[in-house]
Design a protein around this ligand. Structure first.
Ligand SMILES: [Zn+2]
Length: 368
């Protein structure tokens, strides 16, 4: 049995999620029938580039086993990838707003020569919807007459923004969101505490990037506060809900203070909420509604006899069980629906805090 060496570079066998895509690509490799250009379309942060790296690394390998989707890990090509210095791999990313014609020309020039160490020349074009018009036309020419032993992977979240002629030269692979379980597992692989990873994955919308942004203890503390308040809906006087925006806003501000200290720059330029002293933004309120909906969804699942230990808010298990034992699931489902309405009304409502207070008061009465 052949021994495979663990690669630092991504490999298909270690990709988390996207099972069907990985299987398809492995099949193409096994049959020796891969194409010269792929378009990896789908939302950001789900692993499109990692899959591209894994595919190209395998195709560049000098001594792969024909029936194995991973590269050997030891040849000159694999060693170069592990050092992240592969002369046959070109990555194009936007320079400012666009990928410029000069970048495409430089890449095309390099493709005129044979591979230096691997079996193929590989090109990744990230955010290829950012190709400037002239750059797109230059790329089209190259795709129409592809240089030998070259494989392109174009990556985009907006395939419809590409020239039809570019799209039609590529085999499209559509990527979906990652499951919360996959996001949590990937965060944990990156060293994030399991409970924090689980909490962040619930609001990450299937994106590892968003999961990473949420997986910081200060932000998790805000999520915990929202969960604590949400799970007390109906068990405490309805009037208390009017004070939630201040409490959540205060917690968010201290989370952001941590962020500012860490990054030296605050990314918060959201519109201040009109009804407060400019310290709690409309975006913050929308975020709180989304977080609230996520925790109440877990409470509803708990009502349906699902073990809370398996849910994203597992660390609130006692509160989830307590809410599930006291509320009517049909009413809880109505409250969750009303949060969706609240979220859309927050966009235009001149007094979002008032809309929030009204909605929370009704929710608390329903669950009392
Ligand atoms: Zn190799």
């Amino acid at each position: 049995m052949r021994q495979y060496v663990t690669m630092l570079w991504p490999t298909l066998s270690t990709i988390r999620g996207h099972t069907l895509h990985v299987r398809l690509l492995a099949q193409l490799i096994a049959n020796g029938r891969w194409g010269h250009a792929y378009l990896f379309a789908g939302p950001g942060g789900v692993g499109r580039r990692t899959v591209a790296q894994a595919l190209l690394g395998r195709l560049a390998c000098l001594q792969p086993a024909s029936d194995h989707a991973d590269p050997c890990g030891t040849c000159r090509s694999c060693a170069a990838l592990n050092r992240n210095q592969h002369p046959d791999l070109t990555v194009l990313e936007r320079d400012g707003q666009f990928i410029k014609i000069e970048q495409v020309r430089e890449m095309t020039n390099r493709l005129r020569y044979d591979p230096v160490v691997g079996r193929i020349k590989a090109v990744i074009i990230d955010e290829c919807d950012r190709l400037h018009e002239a750059a797109a036309n230059a790329l089209l020419k190259t795709l129409e007459e592809p240089p030998p032993a070259t494989v392109f992977v174009l990556i985009t979240a907006k395939p419809q923004a590409l020239l039809d002629t570019i799209r039609s030269r590529c085999q499209m692979v559509r990527f979906g969101e990652l499951s919360p379980v996959d996001v949590a597992a990937l965060l944990q692989q990156g060293g994030v505490d399991p409970l924090v990873a689980q909490a962040a994955s619930a609001l990450a919308a299937g994106s590892l990037d968003q999961g990473k942004a949420l997986a910081d203890p200060a932000k998790i503390a805000v999520l915990d506060l929202v969960a604590e308040l949400g799970l007390s809906l109906g068990a405490r006087p309805a009037v208390e809900a009017a004070f939630w925006p201040e409490r959540i806003g205060k917690a968010l501000r201290s989370a952001k203070a941590v962020e500012v200290t860490a990054d030296g720059d605050s990314s918060d330029n959201a519109e201040p909420l009109a009804a407060t002293k400019g310290d709690f933004s409309r975006a913050d309120l929308q975020w709180a509604v989304e977080a609230l909906r996520a925790v109440l969804r877990d409470a509803l699942l708990t009502c349906c006899a699902i073990d809370p230990s398996s849910l994203p808010h597992a660390r609130h298990k006692p509160a989830l069980l307590a809410m599930a034992s006291r509320v009517d699931p049909a009413r809880l489902a109505e409250v969750i629906d009303s949060l969706t309405e609240l979220e859309s009304s927050l966009v235009l409502n001149p007094n979002p805090k008032l809309a929030w207070t009204a909605a929370m008061t009704v929710a608390a009465q329903k669950l009392a």
